[in-house]
Write a new protein. Structure first.
Length: 294
């Protein structure tokens, strides 16, 4: 009953709003679109869209189909791309989703030798997902997901690639700079800088401050690691970053890091893939290269 063209038509209507624009985007005539949907309406026994002046609005049934389309069409496109690459003798492309803001420099060290080994594989890195990347992986918009906070799902496998310690970063002149570790109550007068991530998913809150019923003086958002560390070095506040990353910047910037409590916060970076795809050679080799790169 449902065909791919129906999914494409409703997606175009959802995006463009009018039959004319939808037809143009699909390179079809308006009558062809109307005929296709009328035939489907006859089969399902309910309207798919309704006219509102020059615009079209999807009905409840139409919205259900369009929701399906948003999941299925990217899988069509991904499979067609792979088939086309196979036909041309190409290996494919590796689309990487990033949920780890500070991991970009580590990823560059993974990519360099990987590209040298896999000369027929192109790489694209997508960071705009933030914490929505799991949906992108399930819908075939990306091929691997790099995250320190895996959300386990039946169709996803997570492979740990390296361990690290999450640490507090302060200026070299900060009163805490010479301590081995910090206690939650010691941050009550500090400004905390963080990436644009909801506080409940920040380890400094979920694993350190909140359990102790403590907080910071103010929480401010900064999108880039370099600017965040410049602010910390200038004594404007503190931040929390992976220890390996802080060590790199501490070579050229007046910053120091210390553990969160006596036990510290120990983390892992995971690579998430769709279940059953680890046997794909160029995916598996990317994972192996990631395990070797610190």
């Amino acid at each position: 009953m449902l065909e791919r063209i129906h999914l494409e038509i409703l997606t175009a209507i959802k995006e463009h709003g009018t039959l004319t624009k939808a037809a143009d985007s699909l390179h079809l005539s308006q009558s062809a679109l109307s005929h296709s949907i009328k035939k489907l309406e006859g089969q399902v026994g309910t309207p798919i869209w309704q006219k509102e002046g020059r615009n079209l609005r999807l009905t409840s049934a139409g919205e259900r189909i369009q929701t399906l389309a948003s999941r299925v069409l990217p899988q069509f496109a991904h499979t067609e791309l792979l088939l086309n690459q196979i036909a041309k003798g190409e290996m494919g492309s590796l689309r990487i989703g990033m949920e780890c803001h500070p991991c970009y420099q580590w990823l560059l060290r993974v990519i360099a030798p990987y590209l040298e080994q896999w000369r027929d594989v192109d790489i694209d890195v997508k960071q705009e997902f933030q914490f929505g990347a799991l949906g992108a992986l399930l819908s075939y918009e990306i091929d691997v997901l790099i995250t320190p906070d895996p959300l386990f799902k039946p169709k996803i496998d997570y492979i740990p690639v390296f361990n690290y310690e999450h640490r507090l970063v302060v200026a070299s002149t900060h009163p805490l700079a010479n301590q081995a570790f910090v206690l939650p109550e010691q941050l009550s007068n500090d400004v905390l800088f963080s990436y644009p991530v909801e506080p409940m998913r920040l380890d400094i809150f979920s694993q350190f401050l909140n359990p102790a019923k403590c907080s910071v003086k103010q929480h401010k958002i900064i999108e880039t690691t370099e600017i965040m560390l410049q602010m910390v070095a200038a004594g404007r506040g503190v931040c929390a970053l992976p220890g390996w990353l802080v060590d790199e910047y501490a070579k050229t910037m007046p910053v120091k890091s210390l553990a969160f409590g006596e036990q510290g916060i120990n983390k892992q970076i995971f690579i998430g893939i769709r279940r059953g795809e680890q046997q794909i050679d160029y995916l598996n080799d990317f994972i192996e290269q990631a395990k070797k790169t610190k």
